[in-house]
Design a protein around this ligand. Structure first.
Ligand SMILES: [Zn+2]
Length: 339
């Protein structure tokens, strides 16, 4: 019976570079959340991991690296990961470990192979201290951490076993390089994304040579369905150039709204319709992640999300950030298949 986030377990020098898989698959989120009501009964005694922070730790590097080492390590892992391929995994059941409630992940072999791949690639660059590697791994994902020493008793154990939602199958097709952070106040781990590492070479679902965000009226389409496909289906779209329209100034927004109201009233304009405010020129998005001594600067992106999920914009070097639902919708509209 242990409390997970004790002084001795908290990383003094963190956050550290980790390679993880974000387990944001809707099926698995539902599986994990099936335990939440019951876990909530333990109050502050457990730190329940919320959906955005569910993950599998592929490999953790528990030492301080400078930016340059991080960059080289991520590049090396990305290179090696091209030889790998996506893995189908069964998630479940959960069980009460000594310091956390974890979900088992099977089969273990292909997952262990991914951990080994990362360890080898990282070792070649910086020499990695990940403890002893006897090649055996124990792939798992925590759904809650104990925050008090007396939580994990026989009653807890029995209660957990009663829940047992059906196991779920998911596909793991990418890793994330992140700075991992043990959040002692929250009682779980959070991270700052650095770069995405696809397993194998990904073929995009669709292509768009250029997407200008802001040309379509997002509000008009906001409550509508997608022009093609299912709103929940994820898209990954190659974008040659992503341009955004800087937002209108507030007085311009008011002017535009006023004109629109007049137009809707079918007002007769003797001298023609009044001029709409002039929109500023579009700006090409460039990756601003630090890289080497400067910034990455790449303007080649993939954009991932669905009609109802925010766009994740990923540069050719794997750096990524989360943008808005509106951006994703415009990318989907722009990428609509021809014919
Ligand atoms: Zn970049």
């Amino acid at each position: 019976m242990e409390s997970f986030f004790t002084e001795s377990r908290t990383w003094a020098g963190g956050p550290y570079l980790h390679f993880i898989v974000a387990l944001d698959h809707p099926e698995y989120v539902t599986f994990a959340e099936a335990h939440h009501n019951w876990l909530a009964g333990y109050g502050d005694g457990v730190g329940i991991v919320p959906a955005p922070w569910l993950h599998w730790t592929v490999e953790g590097i528990h030492r301080q690296l400078d930016e340059n080492e991080v960059e080289r390590t991520v590049r090396a892992v990305r290179e090696r990961a091209k030889e790998a391929k996506p893995v189908s995994v069964t998630m479940g059941p959960t069980w009460p470990g000594p310091s956390a409630v974890t979900t088992a992940m099977y089969p273990e072999e292909p997952l262990s192979a991914i951990s080994e791949l990362v360890r080898e690639a990282a070792s070649a660059v910086i020499g990695v201290e990940t403890g002893k590697s006897d090649g055996s791994h124990w792939p798992h994902s925590a759904i809650a951490y104990y925050r008090a020493p007396d939580v994990h008793d026989a009653v807890f154990n029995r209660g957990l076993r009663k829940i047992r939602p059906p196991r779920v199958d998911i596909t793991i097709s990418r890793l994330l390089a992140v700075y991992m952070h043990q959040d002692r106040d929250l009682g779980f781990y959070t991270w700052i994304p650095i770069a995405e590492v696809p397993l194998g070479v990904h073929a995009a679902d669709a292509r768009a040579s250029e997407v200008v965000v802001g040309e379509n009226r997002s509000l008009e389409t906001y409550n509508s369905g997608p022009p093609w496909g299912d709103p929940s289906v994820g898209y990954e779209v190659e974008v040659g150039r992503l341009a955004v329209q800087p937002p209108l100034a507030e007085d311009q927004v008011r002017q535009e709204a006023a004109i629109n109201n007049l137009l809707e009233d079918s007002t007769y304009f003797g001298g023609g319709e009044p001029a709409m405010p002039v929109w500023p020129d579009t700006v090409t998005v460039a990756c601003e992640r630090p890289s080497g001594t400067g910034v990455c600067g790449s303007t080649r992106f993939r954009v991932r999300g669905s009609w109802n999920r925010p766009a994740v914009v990923i540069c050719e070097h794997g750096h990524f950030w989360t943008d808005s639902v509106e951006v994703m919708r415009e990318v989907i509209v722009a990428a609509a298949p021809v014919g």
